[in-house]
Design a protein around this ligand. Structure first.
Ligand SMILES: [Cu+2]
Length: 94
């Protein structure tokens, strides 16, 4: 079992959390997804054959640009003001 921490941009409400979870959960090897809306961090648990690139791709395709978290320090900038409404996805609930 491994865990991979990602920083995800654009999450600002419960619907975003659901979308991010739904983007990651079906991926190969993923057994659990924990989303921290406040910090913009997502922890993915499972047995992965690959690195994190396929997760980043899946999230970006869902409208939430993501990157591998480089440290335990939060560098993501949660957008609490309004929900993003990306043309390629996202929830547009703002
Ligand atoms: Cu939202």
């Amino acid at each position: 079992m491994k865990t991979i921490d990602l920083e995800v941009d654009g999450m600002s409400c419960g619907s975003c959390v659901k979308h991010v979870t739904q983007a990651l959960q079906p991926l190969a090897g993923v057994s659990g997804v924990d989303v921290d809306l406040q910090s913009g961090h997502v922890r993915v648990r499972g047995d992965f054959q690959q690195g994190s690139d396929f997760m980043v791709s899946a999230l970006t395709a869902a409208g939430y640009p993501a990157r591998l978290a480089t440290s335990s320090e939060s560098t993501a900038q949660p957008k609490t003001s309004s929900c993003h409404s990306g043309t390629t996805g996202g929830c547009g609930c703002g």
